[in-house]
Design a protein around this ligand. Structure first.
Ligand code: SF4
Ligand code: SF4
Length: 472
């Protein structure tokens, strides 16, 4: 029985509610009056229920679909401005006891090279990432209590925050590790993590169990209830996502929104971010084995409707997507992207030899960070290396209140300008620097508040003089 506030996975992700929602959406996919009503109401930027969003996702009316795109773009512009937050994944260990059939780290894969970074190797990786210009990382590990215990992750976080190479500084460490206990989440919180990220992969319990045949991850309830435990452990910002292509996209789209609604209803705050990875090739993984893989068109529609349904949740796309694909979804609602990424263990410091593949998936957008910054500037986006909110205590419901009142943009824009300036001073190529300076001058003039503009201008002067790390 569907119960949004229940602590049980099968009640807040009720299978029948998802099936009924999909049926309702199918019945109404050409219902002009209803669709018009939903789109008009979504214009208040307050988001939509999973049922309403499912109808929009199924909508077959061309005119209404065009309206959806325009609305998603409007929401993106009003709530996020034109900043795009940058991050990089850092793979610490690919030992894994689970049997996930879509991931090359599954424990039966003998062709992949197993690695775990020592603290000395982490220092090298982080210096390489700092030298690219990154300030925000997402830590990735497989699940292995023996080879990769929580103590190792905690020690690694401490190491990462301690490294200051030249003007480099990792200021926010997000963590993507396996579902764990409330006590362990508390320890992660105490270690100063930003967002705790855990992808559901699929919300369809039966398929979930088939896709995760062995290991602790096989337990659907333990995995699905992880965000509740993380929040109980004091982690305010959580990031959810599914791996589109594992199951039918409509089912997982609805399940993901129900998860977001549950977190808001039961824990007082919805997810901080939603990621939208889709299945892609990797060692030992053939995408042809996944008949639910989604087309570009469907992928873009998902991003569009998510932007409208959960306006205040950041949306992330990784280098799994190509340059062209990222270009399209950036316009529709993506607010955060990775760049210059390496998905192998230890690959930033030195590239892996051909016969030592330890990567989780094949990167499609293989450009360097500077090329990505340059490309974003050319498209009129401000690449932002901002990490201010969690360092200023703007997390959880405090962040959501500022986001919902529209005030957060007053921080995002000047912070984007100032962190871009740091990047230009320390890491950019001459061409990127020239484009970035033009962007900074333009953006500075468009800061609406005189006082904020004056402070930001002062900080820019100090940044040029060698000072670092200003934030609103
Ligand atoms: S998806 Fe995660 S848990 Fe599953 S095999 Fe890969 S690393 Fe391990
Ligand atoms: S001010 Fe906060 S919400 Fe805005 S970009 Fe920075 S960290 Fe993100």
């Amino acid at each position: 029985m569907y119960n949004i506030k229940s602590k049980k996975a099968e009640e807040f992700i009720d299978n029948q509610e998802i099936l009924d929602t999909i049926a309702y959406a199918e019945e109404n996919k050409n219902n002009e009056t209803l669709i018009d009503e939903i789109i008009t109401r979504a214009g208040d930027f307050k988001g939509l229920s999973h049922r309403e969003a499912a109808v929009l996702l199924a909508c077959e009316l061309e005119d209404q679909n065009k309206r959806l795109v325009i609305l998603a773009q409007e929401i993106k512009k009003k709530l996020y401005g034109n900043r795009i937050v940058m991050f990089a994944p850092l793979y610490l260990s690919n030992y894994c006891v689970n049997g996930c059939v879509y991931c090359p780290y599954h424990h039966k894969n003998t062709t992949i090279k197993r690695k775990q970074l020592s603290q000395a190797e982490i220092v090298k990786e982080v210096i390489a990432l700092q030298d690219m210009g990154h300030k925000r990382l997402a830590l990735e590990t497989g699940e292995d209590p023996v080879n990769c215990p929580l103590e190792y992750v905690l020690e690694s976080i401490k190491t990462i925050y301690s490294i200051k190479h030249k003007n480099g500084d990792i200021r926010r460490v997000n963590v993507n590790i396996a579902a764990t206990t409330v006590e362990n989440y508390r320890r992660l919180k105490d270690a100063g993590i930003g967002t705790y990220i855990l992808f559901q992969e699929t919300y369809h319990k039966e398929n979930y169990e088939m896709l995760h045949p062995t290991g602790p991850k096989h337990n659907y309830a333990w995995h699905t209830e992880a965000m509740d435990r993380a929040m109980e452990g004091g982690i305010d910002d959580v990031g959810i996502g599914v791996l589109f292509g594992l199951n039918t996209y409509r089912y997982d789209f609805v399940g993901m929104l129900m998860h977001a609604e549950h977190l808001e209803a039961a824990m007082g705050v919805g997810p901080h971010t939603i990621s939208v990875p889709r299945i892609c090739p990797a060692d030992d993984i053939d995408t042809n084995d996944f008949s639910n893989a989604i087309s570009n068109e469907v992928f873009e529609k998902i991003v569009t409707v998510l932007r409208i349904a959960v306006p205040y949740t950041g949306m992330i796309v990784s280098t799994r997507e190509s340059q062209a694909s990222r270009e399209r979804v950036l316009k529709l609602g993506i607010s955060q992207i990775s760049g210059g990424s390496c998905t192998s263990v230890g690959g930033y410091d030195h590239p892996e030899p051909e016969d030592e593949n330890s990567s989780q998936f094949d990167v499609t957008d293989t450009r360097k960070l500077d090329d990505i910054v340059n490309w974003l500037l050319e498209m009129g986006h401000i690449p932002s290396f901002c990490t201010a909110c969690y360092r200023e205590g703007r997390t959880g419901d405090r962040f959501m209140q500022l986001a919902k009142s529209g005030q957060i943009v007053n921080c995002c824009q000047p912070n984007a300008i100032m962190t871009l300036k740091e990047y230009l001073e320390d890491y950019a190529s001459a061409d990127t620097k020239a484009k970035g300076e033009v962007m900074i001058q333009r953006e500075l003039q468009s800061i609406p508040d005189d006082k904020v503009r004056a402070i930001a201008t002062g900080h820019l002067t100090q940044l040029s003089a060698g000072k670092r790390d200003f934030r609103f």
